[in-house]
Design a protein around this ligand. Sequence first.
Ligand code: AMP
Length: 218
Amino acid sequence: MNMVLLGPPGAGKGTQAKVLSRDLGIPHISTGDMLRESVKNRTELGQKAQHHMAAGDLVPDELVIAIVKERLEKSDVEKGFILDGFPRTLRQAEMLDASLAGIEKGLDLVLYFKTSLDTSIARLSGRRVCEKCGANFHVKNIPTKQEGVCDYCSGKLYQRKDDSKETIKTRWSVYERDTEPLIRYYFRKGTLKEVSGDLDVDGLNRILMDIFREESLI
Ligand code: AMP
């Protein structure tokens, strides 16, 4: 199953993608994770992307498109993939369509996670991420057993620089300007399904599994 998770920052796309990837056995491809890894490793891409990310702006299309194209050529996408945070612009969406057509694939489903700015701020400002395994926690909603320490691998937790209230607001404006038009783009293609990003992880997961069954995708 080839799917895209679309929605504003803090709608729960990454959290849900991790669960789906484990349960469906298909890779979770997050451009945000890939870019953060490049920044951490100080690669050329990381150096070019860093200031855009810190400001809450989008990284230029050609940089992101190149890493996604390369990723989609790996053999583990054969059974399907979950794209999280890509596409984010019309140009990226068109490139994705063209790339997939070139390898005789297409998108089965685009899940639009709808949520409000208030929910997003509450979620993102309390988010903590494990620097070792990437697991996500929340100071109130998903607290760790020991403060600042990952429950799974004992790695140290950190707060993403772009999870400050001001940068979250910028990310939302960027989302509304550049990414929201994709809702219409995919609606027209007939691949879009809207779900509530306000639900808890298990509740939303049940709804998604129902959609997959209804669409005969599992
Ligand atoms: P995310 O982890 O998806 O919230 O992404 C974090 C940041 O990485 C974004 O605010 C952008 O700066 C950058 N980024 C991630 N995916 C894309 C994309 N598809 N296009 C442009 N920039 C991206």
